[in-house]
Design a protein around this ligand. Structure first.
Ligand code: RFL
Ligand code: PHB
Length: 393
């Protein structure tokens, strides 16, 4: 038997991009169906980003899923840069009159999944062999298999929200698709633990032993990262070894305040910059990690995904309200302008904060000079702050 559905927008992928788009479209009266490869439990358990820009917070409010975030999220007015053993505060609010919200991607995803379920919107999890056809024709088609049953969805448009390893990007013919990529020779070993954060705000540390980041999910849950070679295996790191290494990369005051505890999760994430162009091909619109990846140093991955979704929601709303396709035609260009600015910032902040052995001692001295300039020049601090809190849409 085949399950056959008709909808306005078929959304491939139930990550934050797909779920946020689904919720925004629903509130604009636009039908949509979500198709996801993994199980709902798997999607809900993934641990990823932690810092939301105001633009993302505003979109979550538009989607009607901001109540718990405003109750439990932690607004942050600044963060610390640590180098040469000293911490320097970047006062985001004084420099930009804006702040960021510390609220985990896991929580955002859970809120979106609950809202989708409460609204009774169609979602198909554990769908294998997803294929997308008809992108240059009069109707698009998404097909797949769910527990031996065929699924066939006809749609006006397809939103490719299926992440870096998804199928939608590969629907764009090779002679049309252009990709730009930079792979870094290091990754982040991350650990999540139910211990109070070492500091009230995030600490980004540049040390001789490599980069470290002290982040958090709440006042009782910490998220820490240390730079490791990209070939590093998580099995090589006991909890104790992780805590010891993190402590060595902090200033003495922070190291003495570090509360240790068992890891709830530990994993190594590779660092990559990647952009695929165009982000639209016929009836297909790519959004989020399906089209671009940034290294996590600037906390831009999830926020860029949300900005794409914001543009796509506006463009689809305009199309269904007035039949006008100008905003859909402008989608790729609007997104890519923001994407490349975030790519530049994430690459720059990554290059500034990590040990880069290939750059030698000269590179090390340039990093030190730039960090010194950054914290002593208001213009330089402001450029960092305005990118960190997020450029306006
Ligand atoms: P996602 O979250 O990858 O979701 C894509 C969804 O599509 C599904 N999928 C398919 N569904 C159907 N058919 C197929 N053939 C499919 N192939 C894939 C997947 O199962 C998944 O559910 O992309 P989205 O929604 O665009 O969201 C983007 C964000 O998740 C991402 O930008 C950030 O999480 C990036 N990122 C981080 N960003 C930060 O700002 N700070 C971080 O600390 C941070 N840590 C991370 C990260 C990304 C990671 N990845 C991708 C491995 C850590 C990791 C490990
Ligand atoms: C996180 O909390 O996971 C996090 C925070 C800031 C970043 C990257 C990751 O820049």
């Amino acid at each position: 038997m085949t399950i056959q559905l008709k909808t306005q927008v078929a959304i491939v992928g139930a990550g934050p991009s797909g779920l946020l788009l689904g919720q925004l479209l629903h509130r604009a009266g636009i039908d949509n169906v979500v198709v996801e490869r993994q199980s709902a439990d798997y999607v809900a358990a993934r641990i990823r980003a932690g810092v939301l820009e105001q633009v993302t917070v505003d979109l979550l409010r538009e989607a009607g899923v901001d109540q718990r975030m405003h109750r439990e999220g932690l607004p942050h007015d600044g963060f610390d840069l640590l180098f040469k053993g000293q911490r320097h505060r970047i006062d985001l609010h004084a420099l930009t009159q804006r702040r960021v919200m510390v609220y985990g991607q896991t929580e955002v995803t859970r809120d979106l999944m609950q809202a989708r379920q409460a609204a009774g919107l169609p979602s198909h999890y554990e769908v294998e062999d997803v294929r997308i056809d008809g992108l240059q024709g009069s109707i698009a088609e998404v097909t797949g298999q769910h527990q031996g049953q065929a699924l066939r969805i006809q749609a006006d448009f397809v939103a490719g929200c299926d992440g870096y390893h998804g199928v939608s990007r590969s629907c764009i013919p090779a002679d049309v698709l252009r990709t730009y990529e930079k792979v870094y020779p290091f990754g982040w070993l991350g650990m999540l633990a139910d211990v109070p954060p070492v500091s009230d705000e995030l600490i980004y540390a540049n040390t001789e032993r490599g980069f470290a980041l002290c982040s958090m999910r709440s006042r009782t849950r910490s998220r820490y990262y240390v730079q490791v070679p990209s070939s590093e295996r998580v099995e090589n790191w006991s909890d104790e070894a992780f805590w010891d290494e993190l402590a060595r990369r902090l200033d003495p005051q922070a190291a003495s305040h570090l509360t240790r505890g068992p890891a709830l999760e530990k994993s190594v994430a590779p660092l990559r910059s990647f952009v695929a162009e165009p982000m639209r091909w016929g009836r297909l619109f790519l959004a989020g990690d399906a089209a671009h990846i940034v290294p996590p140093t600037g906390a831009k991955g999830l926020n860029l995904a949300a900005a794409d979704v914001g543009y796509l929601w506006q463009a689809l709303s305009a199309y269904y309200q007035s039949g006008q396709s100008q905003a859909l035609d402008a989608y790729a260009e609007r997104c890519l302008r923001r994407v490349w600015r975030a790519e530049r910032f994430s690459w720059w902040f990554t290059s500034l904060m990590h040990q880069l052995p290939a750059e030698g001692e000269f590179g090390q001295k340039i990093q030190e000079a730039e960090l010194d300039y950054l914290v002593h020049s208001e213009a330089a601090s402001k450029a960092l702050a305005e990118n960190y809190v997020g450029l306006p849409l």
